[in-house]
Design a protein around this ligand. Structure first.
Ligand code: BES
Ligand code: MN
Ligand code: ZN
Length: 481
């Protein structure tokens, strides 16, 4: 359940309250008795002790000291605040609390927001398919914030962003049985209409007319048609005349095709549309928050399956831009559908294109669940800004080398390119394959590691994490200001 964050004006001691302080002096003295203050002081003197929980006449009262100054950077500190927020959730949910009030006693508006963000994001659950959902559902519905420094707009933005992350996670968690390419596009339509985004969904016939040979080849083994979703958000007050274009990998399920994946690697492959979910959800948040930036999102979508008509290793396919590709592994399908989307992006003469894709096991092997593999071409100007955002929101990007030499590995004897680069540097050769279809400033983010997790990690809940949504939102927000 997505808790709503509301600004409140006064402390109500009949609520369950969390007091965020930077030091004991911040404790409101009309709320706490002297013995209570003494007790809290004693507890907080303990090493590593920043939280004290009291039960004041049946009302849970938490005092939490946020600024510890132990962390080496602001970014690390904020991540700690998010995690602290999440860590207190269970106290309230176990208590069946519906409303919690966070009191910013220490004039810590940004810290309070980070704490609240962790609490809200950690409250996500995917219970749709459980019959015991009513009893499992977390109780928390409303988070009030009392703060003299926080403005309504910041609270509204946090509500929007959290809703977008929830939306993204649920799209990823939805299994193929209920989310094929057409259903994904329909869900995007609902999101677009709500947020005032223009959307067009190309059906198979139109995709054929556009000669999107990569998307069509991957779709050959499927019983469901592909889709290509085009979402445009162009506010009148946009600061940019050429758009920022997001591209998201929308493989709604990746069996590997005829180059079939081993059973265990297939288990989580409903997550192979995480890039698509992230770009659509980020655009949804950007439009709902009315950020003054012209942004487009493109999503090629299909499943990758080994039906009778499936493309086979050895096939040569012709991409939308005319490039011929020798397919040597049908499991390297993401790059094929993305290549056509990157070609399509040229028509916008984009300022910058950013693609998000669960593209390679190699990126996951290199960085684990922690990091995003980033590569860039002609985007020296924007890449550091995106990396800054990635640290602020703790969806960190590690830049991979992108030397020309890696292109050699994709050379084919009988076509313009091969779709695989061999045993080594798999994340980079996949990126190099994509680069062939770009001619504009472009950033490639391989999110195969952090997109999906098999056990919860603080406010990153089990399953789809929604990685990329907060990153792109923060980047675009910085762009518009
Ligand atoms: N969807 C996978 C990559 C992936 C792996 C995503 C693990 C999330 C977690 C992608 O389509 C794939 O199969 N890539 C192959 C490429 C190879 C055949 C060159 C891979 O990484 O093994
Ligand atoms: Mn694959
Ligand atoms: Zn894939």
């Amino acid at each position: 359940m997505l808790p709503e964050i509301i600004k409140a004006t006064a402390i109500n001691s009949n609520n369950h309250n969390i007091y965020l302080i930077s030091g004991i002096a911040d404790l409101p003295n009309d709320i706490f008795t002297d013995p209570e203050t003494e007790y809290i002081t004693r507890r907080l003197a303990g090493k590593n002790q920043n939280t004290v929980i009291l039960n004041k006449l049946g009302h849970l009262t938490v005092v939490c000291r946020l600024s510890s100054n132990e962390e080496t950077t602001r970014d690390k500190e904020f991540e700690k605040f998010r995690k602290t927020g999440e860590s207190l959730l269970s106290i309230f949910n176990d208590h069946k609390t519906e409303l919690v009030c966070i009191v910013d006693s220490g004039h810590l508006p940004d810290e309070t927001l980070a704490f609240t963000e962790g609490m809200v994001l950690g409250n996500y659950q995917f219970l749709k398919y459980r019959n015991d959902r009513a009893e499992k559902e977390s109780s928390l519905k409303t988070i009030e914030i009392v703060s003299s420094d926080l403005i309504e707009k910041e609270i509204a933005e946090l509500n929007i962003l959290c809703k977008a992350v929830y939306t993204c996670r649920s799209l990823i968690n939805e299994p193929l049985s209920n989310l094929n390419a057409e259903k994904l596009a329909q869900d995007f339509e609902v999101m677009a209409h709500e947020a005032g985004i223009k959307i067009e969904v190309l059906n198979k016939q139109k995709i054929e007319a556009m000669k999107m040979g990569g998307l069509l080849a991957v779709n050959l083994g499927s019983i469901d048609p592909p889709t290509f979703s085009i979402m445009e958000y162009k506010p009148e007050n946009a600061v940019n005349s050429k758009p920022i274009v997001f591209v998201g990998k929308g493989v709604v399920y990746d069996t590997g095709g005829l180059s079939l994946k081993p059973t265990s690697s297939m288990d989580t492959m409903k997550c192979d549309m995480s890039g698509a979910a992230a770009v659509a959800s980020a655009l949804y948040a950007i439009a709902l928050a009315k950020l003054p930036v012209y942004v487009v999102a493109l999503v090629p979508a299909t499943d990758n399956r080994p039906d009778g008509n499936a493309y086979v290793p050895g096939d040569i396919i012709t991409m939308m831009d005319g490039t011929t590709v020798e397919v040597l592994n049908t499991d390297a399908e993401g790059r094929l559908i993305l290549a056509d989307a990157l070609t399509y992006a040229k028509k916008y003469d984009p300022l910058l294109v950013i693609d998000l894709a669960t593209l390679t096991g190699a990126a996951e092997a290199a960085l684990g669940r922690i990091g995003i593999a980033g590569m860039q071409y002609k985007a020296e100007k924007y890449f550091p800004l995106l990396v800054n955002s990635s640290f602020s929101v703790c969806e960190r990007i590690a830049e991979f080398p992108f030397w020309d030499d890696y292109e050699e590995l994709l050379k084919s004897e009988i076509a313009d390119l091969k779709n695989i680069g061999g045993k080594y540097a798999g994340a980079i050769t996949a990126g190099k394959f994509l680069q062939h279809f770009t001619e504009y400033p472009w950033i490639h983010l391989d999110i195969a590691g952090p997109a999906f997790i098999d056990k919860h990690d603080s406010y990153r809940t089990i399953g789809g994490t929604g990685v990329g949504v907060r990153l792109l939102f923060d980047f675009v927000k910085g762009f518009g200001s």
